[in-house]
Every structure is written in structure tokens, then in C-alpha cells.
Write a protein that binds this ligand. Structure first.
Ligand SMILES: *[C@@H]1O[C@H](CO)[C@@H](O)[C@H](O)[C@H]1NC(C)=O
Ligand SMILES: *[C@@H]1O[C@H](CO)[C@@H](O)[C@H](O)[C@H]1NC(C)=O
Ligand SMILES: *[C@@H]1O[C@H](CO)[C@@H](O)[C@H](O)[C@H]1NC(C)=O
Length: 675
């Protein structure tokens, strides 16, 4: 016993040389904002290393202190004792190394890498800078600044191609990519080895994740609870965390929930590759393992039968034990969680797509089914905390169609409406003219570049013009993330106001904007939409971001190709964004505006880079290129919310300092006020 202890003590000495990760992170960021690039670089790398070592220590302890005893008291108390002494040995003072949820999030989001990339860049360490930038980008794919930065590193001379890699990529993902590459070269034998390697790495990663689920819990309100209530509460939390491990490991950050988890993906590939190699025994074993997830899948059953036929009709083989025990354990835990859901009213969101119905208590099945349908209907993850889905595609009676709220705050809507007034007052290019669609309305349009040019000339407020620019950017990010498209480029952006003409509204039967589609010519007689010029055939997605609701009429409506059968109708309001595919599936029009003024930002996007609007590029230069130091600060705030919270600023702006939740909240508010 003594020998391993000495060994532990030796590893401990190394471990203790590093202060806790959050302390290092704060130091690093402080040095960063003072412009001490090498100090910041060293401290931030140390923070990441410290985090890894703390996790490693926890993992070792968690595994060493496996279940002991057979009574609950022994199980819990002896394990607690073991964990405490183990962590003490490894970390000295374990409580020092516990991170708040907020700090955990900062690390999870990869924010230290954003600081690191700039520090390395300033130090002219371009390969390191590129790797750090790419690592941050992988965790924040919709962050506008990092998208630009990564593209810049890609083009930069002196940056090696392989430097653009994810430094935090789990080992099994790297192995899996190698296996896929081998498969594409038809190197089956090597591919199958890689797949096996990747599969066991994946199972180990799941195991490690599960162990860390038993970490600490922040003390919440000290209410009076039964001891068994407390235990049940905590225990179900841990179980839910464990159940999430496989999907957390499968998920690409910011991407939609995959159709299958990594283990199932591995098995499917292994099954087919073994079959191609003629290794029927192994292929059959994998098929049986797959059937544990999908017991009634015809295609797998047929495959298994064909493999067994090749083996001379021999049957009765078993699934692979590592998979069988994984499935057994998962199902046992799910049963407990459903029990808690049914009897203790503890919510449980089962994310797995393969959970068999019969383990779900009957009284819950409808609820669970509905929740699953909703999850499948949902689009990609939205990168802004304030934005939520108000009408899903299904509720909109379409497919590529959604209504989001909270895209602009009330103040932001006001600012943009002020921008309209200022532009109007300047008498410069924003005069209302009779609408070409109806003589009863006037229409005005202002595009982003024009607004920015007017701001430069002092005719309108600069912050408001910038907000116009960034409102479009938010729309772009939302379309990209919700519809999970390729990178979207602006095709055109315009702030449009429609104003009812006083006293001419009696008995109106016309509309404000007749039914049309955005990228094709709607032929309501043929019930078709012709994708040909003069339609803007390169537009792929459209968005309408509304600024107000103090007018009469003006609802947006969608129709079928006949132009008359209305399928959905949406009332505009401040901060509401309706997004839809630009084709004939989303023929739409605007009801007559019979009183007041209706303003909205119309956004059109294209997936085709070559059809990206040149004006947007010029606008970007006006916003970013030549702005003064002060303005730059404002932009950083206005770029938007969550995704850019950790955007780098080289000034003394302490707001980026990753610290407690409260400070972050305050920062967000301050940003809003500035606008
Ligand atoms: C803790 O207390 C606050 C205020 O008393 C309350 O708003 C919050 O919901 C409580 N949280 C829990 C988990 O009970
Ligand atoms: C059965 O499995 C195959 C591939 O293994 C998959 O393509 C198919 O969608 C599955 N069918 C069902 C009903 O799950
Ligand atoms: C979708 O269709 C249903 C049934 O026709 C209707 O009640 C609902 O209002 C429609 N959705 C929208 C957003 O208009």
C-alpha cells in the first residue's frame, strides 16, 4: 500500500505547482488587457493545463474510489472518505480547485483560446495563433470576428495548413476521421482497426465523462428537505448528467442534434466494413450489438441473417460485451429517471433516439412522444440567449419557415425607428414615395451602406447606423444557425417603412405587397414558381425583422402556390424575425397597412459567395475599418450578445474579464444602454 502512495505523492508535487485554473485565467486576462502578451500567453496556457490536471486528478480518484460496501451508508460514506483523501493527496486543498458554473462555461466555450490567439499573434507566433483561433472557432462557429480571423489565418503566409486544427479535439474524433479517410481510400483492413480504436476511445471518453458527473454541486438555497429527498434530488441530477454524456460527446458545438450518437455510428460502419472484409463472425457480432439499440430494425435483422447464413446457419452468437453492458447500464438508469419523473415529478429530458417505448411508464408516453416530436421539429441551436422560437416550422405550417422573438430589444427598435426619422429629416434619399403596389400607401427604403454614409456625413447618428448593420448580422447568424446552412452572405438588406395615407383607407381590398416568392417568378395559374431572371435566383433565405406594431393591418401571410390559400399569418412586433426559404414554398404577401407606419428590416441571403453583395462589404469597411477607438468599443458591444461576449479587445475594457455572473450581466446591460 505504501508504494502507490509515494507514487501518488510524487505526481502530486507536479500538480500542486500549478495554481487553480480560474486564478490563472483571471491573471492571464488581466495581463492581456495590460498588453503583456507573453505574460498573458504563458498564464492562459497554464490555466488550460491546470484545468486538465485537476480533471485528471478527479478522474483518477473517481475511478480508484469505486463502489465499496453493500449498504447505502457504506457506499456513500466510504466513497466520500476515499474521494476526499484522494483529492487531498492529489490537489492539496481540493476546495481551491472547484470552479463555479460560470467559470466552467468560460472554459467550455473555449474563451481562453480567443485571448491566446491574439497574444500569439502579437508575439508573431503565427502557427500557435492559428491553432488557438481555430480551436475557439470550433466552439463558436457563429462568432463573426473569429470567422474572419480564421479566414485570415488561412490566407496568411507563414501559417502552415496543419496549424489550423482543434487543440481540444477528443482523441476519438481524430481517430474516427482517420478511419473515414481510410475507408474512402478503400483501405478496409486498416480502417477497421482505426474504427475499433476510435470506438474504444469513445467508450473511454463516455466513462470519463460519467465519472466527472459525480463532481461537486454548488450549494443552493438551504431549504428543509427530507434526507431521502436530498439524496434523490442529487442522485437524479448525476444520472441525468451521465445520460447526456454520449450526446455531448457526439455533438458538434452549435450544430443540430445528430440523428444518431457516436456509438451507433461506429457500429454501423464496423458492421459494413467487417462484412466487406468477409469477416462474418465479427460482422454478426456487431449486428447483434446494433440490435440492442434498434431491436426491430429490418435492415439490421436482414444483414444479420445474411452473415449467419455465410457462417453456415450458425446462430446464438452474442453481442459484444462492452456494448451490451453499456446498453444495460443506460437502460437501467433511464428506468430510474422515468420512475423519478413519474413519481417524484423530477423532470427528465431523454435525448436518446433509441430509448425503447416499453421502459417509459405508460402515463408518461404521450408527454415523452410530444417532447421528442418537438425536438425533431426544432432547428439548430440559437446562439443568442435572448432569442427564442415563437412559431416552429410545424406551427408555421411549412418546413423552412420560423418565427423568432427577442432579436432586438425595445430600445434597439426605438433606435432604429429614430434612424428612420433622422434619415427622413435630413431630406436625403429617404423620401416617401407612393408604393408601386398600392396608391393608398407610401413606401420608404434605406439600405445599410446609405445609412452608414449618412452617418459619416453627420446626417444620422453613427451608433444607430451601426446598429442597423449589426441587426442584419444577427439575422444572418440566426438564419445560418437555425436552418443549419452553409455560410450565408448578404444579398440585400433594406429598412422598409410602409405608411398608410390619411383618409384614403375606406373599404380597401388591395394589399400592401401582393403575393410573390423571393427567388422565382410565381405562376399562380400553373401553381409553379419559375426560378429564372428577372427573379433574384441566387437568394436562398429571406428574413423580415420587425421594428414596431403600432399600426393597423400589415400582417405577413404565406400562401400555397395558388397565391390565395393562406397557410400562415404572422403579426409584426418589435424584435420579431420571420425567416424562410426564398423559394416558391414560401410565397408570401403583406396585408394592407390601413393606419400608421409599419417598419421592418428586410434581409436576403445567398449561399453563393460570388453573389454576395458588394455593398455589404463596403458597409463592413465603414463599420470596422476606419472607425475610431471609441467607436470600436461600441461595435464590440453591439456586434451582439452571447456570441461575442468574449471578443477580444485590446483596450482596457475590463468587461471582458471572465469573472462572476453578475459582472457579465451588468456588462450586457451597459452595452444595451449605449445603443
Ligand atoms: C432560491 O431562493 C430564491 C429567492 O428566495 C428563489 O427565487 C429561487 O427560486 C430559489 N432556488 C431554489 C433552487 O429553490
Ligand atoms: C435501420 O437501420 C438502417 C441502417 O442501419 C437505417 O438506415 C434505417 O433508417 C433504420 N430504420 C429504422 C426504422 O430505424
Ligand atoms: C397553421 O394552420 C393552422 C390550421 O389551419 C392554423 O390554425 C394556424 O393558425 C396556422 N399557423 C399560422 C402561424 O398561421
Amino acid at each position: 500500500m505504501r508504494f502507490p502512495l509515494i507514487l501518488l505523492a510524487l505526481t502530486l508535487a507536479r500538480c500542486l505547482s500549478l495554481p487553480p485554473p480560474d486564478e490563472l485565467l483571471m491573471d492571464g486576462v488581466a495581463l492581456f488587457s495590460r498588453g503583456d502578451w507573453s505574460g498573458a500567453r504563458d498564464r492562459l496556457w497554464e490555466a488550460l493545463r491546470s484545468l486538465r490536471e485537476v480533471r485528471g486528478a478527479r478522474l483518477r480518484c473517481g475511478e480508484d474510489c469505486g463502489p465499496r460496501g453493500s449498504h447505502l451508508e457504506e457506499l456513500v460514506l466510504e466513497r466520500a472518505d476515499c474521494l476526499l483523501s484522494c483529492e487531498k493527496l492529489q490537489l492539496g486543498q481540493p476546495s481551491l480547485y472547484r470552479l463555479t458554473k460560470e467559470t466552467e462555461k468560460i472554459f467550455q466555450r473555449g474563451s481562453p483560446y480567443n485571448y491566446l490567439q491574439l497574444a500569439h499573434y502579437k508575439l508573431k507566433e503565427l502557427d500557435e495563433a492559428a491553432a488557438a483561433a481555430f480551436t475557439f472557432y470550433m466552439r463558436n462557429p457563429y462568432h463573426e470576428q473569429i470567422q474572419d480571423d480564421v479566414q485570415r489565418y488561412q490566407r496568411m503566409k507563414g501559417v502552415q495548413k496543419q496549424s489550423l486544427r482543434d487543440l481540444e479535439e477528443p482523441s476519438y474524433k481524430a481517430l474516427f476521421s482517420q478511419a473515414i479517410a481510410l475507408l474512402s481510400e478503400s483501405k478496409l483492413a486498416s480502417a477497421v482497426w482505426k474504427l475499433e480504436e476510435s470506438m474504444s476511445a469513445c467508450l473511454s471518453a463516455v466513462q470519463a465523462c460519467r465519472t466527472l458527473c459525480e463532481g461537486t454541486r454548488e450549494k443552493e438555497n438551504q431549504t428543509h428537505q427530507e434526507i431521502s429527498e436530498v439524496i434523490a434530488d442529487y442522485y437524479t441530477q448525476v444520472l441525468q448528467c451521465k445520460q447526456r454524456c454520449i450526446l455531448d460527446l457526439t455533438l458538434e458545438p452549435g450544430r443540430k442534434r445528430p440523428k444518431q450518437d457516436s456509438i451507433v455510428s461506429h457500429l454501423k460502419l464496423l458492421q459494413d466494413t467487417y462484412a466487406q472484409l468477409g469477416e462474418w463472425e465479427s460482422a454478426a457480432e456487431i449486428s447483434r450489438s446494433l440490435l440492442l439499440f434498434h431491436p426491430r430494425n429490418e435492415s439490421i435483422i436482414k444483414k444479420l441473417q445474411s452473415y449467419e447464413y455465410k457462417l453456415g446457419g450458425k446462430s446464438g452468437g452474442k453481442p459484444r460485451e462492452s456494448i451490451a453492458s453499456y446498453v444495460r447500464r443506460t437502460l437501467a438508469e433511464k428506468k430510474l429517471l422515468y420512475y423519478a419523473m413519474e413519481n417524484l415529478d423530477i423532470p427528465f429530458q431523454d435525448q436518446d433516439l433509441w430509448t425503447p417505448e416499453d421502459i417509459i411508464p405508460e402515463s408518461l408516453r404521450d408527454r415523452v412522444r410530444a417532447a421528442r416530436a418537438a425536438a425533431e421539429d426544432a432547428g439548430g441551436e440559437l446562439p443568442y440567449e435572448e432569442v427564442s422560437v415563437t412559431l416552429s416550422p410545424r406551427q408555421m405550417n411549412g418546413t423552412v419557415r420560423v418565427t423568432l422573438d427577442g432579436v432586438l430589444s425595445k430600445d434597439e427598435c426605438e433606435s432604429l425607428l429614430h434612424l428612420v426619422q433622422e434619415a427622413e429629416a435630413s431630406g436625403d434619399g429617404f423620401k416617401g414615395r407612393r408604393s408601386s403596389h398600392t396608391p393608398r400607401e407610401k413606401i420608404q427604403g434605406l439600405n445599410v451602406l446609405r445609412a452608414l454614409q449618412m452617418a459619416k456625413a453627420g446626417a444620422v447618428d453613427t451608433t444607430r447606423a451601426h446598429l442597423f448593420y449589426y441587426a442584419g448580422e444577427r439575422g444572418r447568424v440566426l438564419a445560418e444557425s437555425y436552418f443549419e446552412t452553409k455560410t450565408l452572405h448578404f444579398s440585400y438588406t433594406q429598412l422598409v417603412c410602409r405608411t398608410a395615407i390619411e383618409g384614403e383607407q375606406e373599404g380597401r381590398k388591395d394589399v400592401s405587397h401582393p403575393v410573390h416568392a423571393d427567388n422565382c417568378i410565381l405562376d399562380t395559374e400553373e401553381k409553379a414558381c419559375w426560378k429564372e431572371p428577372p427573379a433574384y435566383i441566387h437568394r436562398d433565405y429571406s428574413g423580415m425583422l420587425y421594428l414596431n406594431d403600432d399600426f393597423k393591418g400589415g400582417d405577413l401571410f404565406f400562401t400555397e402556390l395558388d397565391g390565395t390559400t393562406v397557410t400562415a399569418e404572422v403579426r409584426p412586433q418589435c424584435g420579431r424575425l420571420v425567416m424562410y426559404g426564398s423559394g416558391g414554398d414560401n410565397a408570401h404577401g403583406v396585408r394592407a397597412v390601413t393606419r400608421g407606419r409599419r417598419c421592418a428590416i428586410a434581409l436576403w441571403f445567398t449561399e453563393s459567395e460570388e453573389h454576395a453583395e458588394q455593398e455589404r462589404h463596403e458597409a463592413k469597411i465603414l463599420v470596422k475599418g476606419v472607425s475610431s477607438h471609441k467607436e470600436q468599443k461600441e461595435e464590440e458591444s453591439s456586434t451582439g450578445r452571447e456570441t461575442t461576449r468574449s471578443r477580444i479587445s485590446s483596450n482596457e475594457d475590463e468587461s471582458e474579464k471572465p469573472s462572476g455572473r453578475q459582472q457579465r450581466r451588468r456588462t450586457t446591460r451597459k452595452i444595451r444602454d449605449e445603443l
